[in-house]
Design a protein around this ligand. Structure first.
Ligand code: ME8
Length: 672
């Protein structure tokens, strides 16, 4: 199944447990730039993005926010979509894993793997990382997850397993025969050595939570989130559907040409996904391209680290082109790169305002002033080597830019394009068209025409090339050049000398007004303000949820009702601390109660709590929890309880969900 003349590209589907930040934007705009360019090359292109909405992580985030997983997913998925729409991302489809079309396709894939004998039932006892949805073999209770360092939880589950171990040789053979399957090379090498190290069968179902797609004919199990998520690339096209339109779309676009991902999800995409597809006898994607991380304040930008920058701040100030250009120009694709507001503003001023912006405004306004807004004829006689040099450089730029872009070397491609911008700006300065215009003889007029034609033609070439990266400004420049809709432009035909003589320019206006020094500070303030607002809203929601619902979960119900406001001093009277459960056991004769021994840093306390319906005692050992440490002791079933464990309480039955942290927090740490 290889369909020439089509191009299918995907972003990862983003988790809805966190709002979008510029890390997500980075992947999305890289794909958008590629998709836009493919369309300009006349290729039938399909660009997919979407959101990943199942799993325990989402279930818990929703509980913390005091809403159902569905409501939570709707809200955050909506934010991703709204952001891409605001940025003019040209996705053709947006898949949500909670859509029926996806569930149907995932179940079809699962059933297909079962039919082919690649899925069997087994059981797992051991440690599990909720954050990465990962089983951690051979680890002690509470041991940190090898991927993210967060404490693991003990689970005992009956699961369906996928025979990943049977795929080792086939995968290695495939990597060997398809050197471009995983890029860049460093990632490919890591994957190959991981697979060479041996593969264990993979658990592909869960019974510990409900928020997922049920296993066909065994709904006690939900399908493992990564099998669910990876399948999106096919279910969005119509896999699992009988509708002829869906089938045709799937046949047209699958296999994907490019799955673009961040480097932390390479294993899922380059080992599990191809293994599932091979086992299901379906064609494999042609390439998986892993980029590096966007760092902020020296570590990976991510919600759990709290070091994020939102795209909105940049969109509200410098605009989408600035963000798009910065990310693709500043970061060497494949490597990690840092974001800073300083660097953003510097790039904006040097490359956009002073670079292409200045080239456009000076060229176009001189044509308006000296030639009444019509592209002048370059003179045959009044040519200088400098004019020829610009033409030759532009032609070379077209060739190099294409080659570099094809290799995902966005930064180099943009550098190439901007060398042309710099060369033309220099050419204008050296040839002083404004001085030539002052001389009122025919030769000077012809010379002026040549200089301005050359500049305008170079501007046209560069504008067409970089349109996929800075779509807004280039569309404006294109109209100002009198060329109409830039999207109609056929990039295959781009060559020097095509600007029609006499073309009437549109109204000329600046596309990138310079940013002044205060811009950095303004953006930083906006970011801080936004964080504070978001934290406040989230906290209010979470607090409302806990206040309204926690009390019943902790045995002695207060009956809910209107929550009175308290002062900060009231709040500070409550001593909240991080504790670690060392011992947990059922209390005889009380089916709701557990007796626990909890280390709170300074001592080990006995705490009795009404959480037995939701947690099995052995699964709690090693878990870190939040304790109200200065509560007066009280007796429950004759046992002294010296503190209270903080939990949310869900639904009418008041099902408790323990408060916890995504980060690894030291025992005894105070909360305030
Ligand atoms: O992993 N730098 O979703 P996710 C660069 N749902 N890219 C970043 C980034 C950063 N600091 N932060 C996020 C998931 N990204 C799964 C994917 S796919 C079948 C399932 C980008 O919300 C990057 O593309 O954690 C990364 O791989 C992706 O967002 C992770 O998004």
């Amino acid at each position: 199944m290889d369909n020439p003349g089509k191009f299918y590209i995907t972003t990862p589907i983003y988790y809805v447990n966190a709002r979008p930040h510029i890390g997500h934007t980075y992947t999305t705009i890289a794909c958008d730039a590629i998709a836009r360019r493919q369309r300009m090359l006349g290729v039938d292109t399909w660009f997919l993005t979407g959101t990943d909405e199942h799993g325990q992580k989402i279930e818990r985030s929703a509980a913390a926010a005091g809403c159902t997983p569905r409501e939570f997913a709707d809200r955050i998925s909506g934010e991703f979509r709204a952001l891409w729409d605001r940025m003019g991302v040209t996705y053709d489809d947006f898949i949500r894993t909670t859509e029926p079309r996806h569930a149907r396709g995932v179940q079809a894939l699962f059933a297909r793997l079962q039919e082919r004998g690649y899925i069997y039932k087994g059981s797992y006892s051991g440690q599990y990382c909720v954050f990465d949805e990962l089983y951690v073999d051979a680890a002690e209770p509470g041991a940190p997850c090898p991927e993210c360092g967060r404490p693991t939880e003990t689970v005992h589950e009956e699961n369906y397993f996928f025979k990943l171990s049977a795929m080792q040789e086939r995968l290695l053979k495939y990597y060997g025969e398809h050197p471009d399957f995983i890029r860049p090379e460093t990632r490919r090498n890591e994957v190959v050595s991981f697979v060479r190290g041996g593969l264990r069968d993979l658990s592909v179902s869960r019974t510990s939570f409900k928020w997922g797609i049920p296993v066909p004919n065994d709904p006690k199990h939900v399908i493992y989130v990564w099998l669910d998520a990876l399948a999106n690339y096919m279910t969005a096209l119509g896999f699992g559907s009988d509708d002829p339109k869906d089938r045709a779309r799937l046949a047209r676009y699958w296999p994907a040409d490019v799955h673009m991902i961040g480097k932390e999800i390479v294993r899922f995409h380059c080992v599990y996904w191809p293994a599932f597809l091979m086992a299901a006898d379906l064609p494999l994607p042609k390439s998986i391209i892993a980029h590096g991380w966007l760092l902020f304040e020296e570590s990976k930008m991510s919600k759990s680290r709290g070091n994020i920058v939102r795209s909105e701040t940049i969109l509200d100030t410098l605009g989408q082109d600035a963000l798009r250009y910065f990310l693709l120009r500043e970061i060497v694709f494949g490597q990690d790169g840092s974001f800073s507001f300083d660097a953003l503003v510097q790039r904006f001023n040097s490359d956009l305002a002073n670079g292409i912006g200045n080239l456009a405004s000076r060229t176009l306004s001189m044509i308006a002033r000296y030639f009444g807004g019509e592209v002048p004829y370059p003179s045959a006689s009044e040519r200088a080597p400098a004019d020829e040099a610009i033409g030759a450089l532009a032609q070379q730029t077209i060739t190099d830019f294409h080659a570099q872009f094809e290799q995902f070397q966005f930064s180099r491609a943009l550098e190439t394009a901007w060398s042309l911008v710099a060369a033309v700006n220099k050419y204008i300065v050296e040839n002083e068209p404004w001085s030539v215009a002052e001389r009122d003889d025919q030769d000077s007029r012809a010379r002026l025409a040549t200089i301005l034609y050359t500049s305008a033609e170079a501007l046209r070439v560069v504008t067409a090339l970089v349109h996929p990266v800075i779509p807004e400004a280039t569309a404006k420049i294109w109209t100002q050049l009198g060329l109409g809709e830039i999207r109609q432009m056929d990039l295959r035909e781009l060559a020097w000398g095509q600007l029609q003589l006499g073309t009437r320019l549109g109204a000329v206006e600046a596309v990138f007004p310079r940013a002044d020094k205060s811009m950095v500070e303004r953006m930083q303030q906006m970011e801080q303000q936004r964080s504070a607002e978001i934290t406040k809203t989230d906290e209010t929601k979470a607090a409302a949820a806990t206040q309204a619902e926690t009390a019943p979960a902790l045995a002695d119900s207060s009956g809910g009702g209107v929550v009175e406001k308290i002062t900060i001093d009231d709040f500070l009277k409550v001593e909240l601390r991080v504790g670690q459960i060392k011992v947990a056991e059922k209390v005889k004769g009380a089916d709701k109660l557990l007796r626990m021994e909890v280390d709170i840093g300074t001592e080990v306390r006995q705490i009795v709590a009404g959480i037995a319906k939701a947690y099995e005692p052995e699964k709690l050992v090693g878990r870190k929890v939040v304790i109200v440490a200065n509560l007066q002791p009280r007796k429950l079933r004759g046992l002294e309880s010296n503190g209270m464990i903080v939990a949310a309480s869900l639904g009418d039955d008041g099902l408790p969900v323990l408060a916890g942290f995504l980060e690894d927090i030291p025992v005894g740490a105070k909360l305030k």
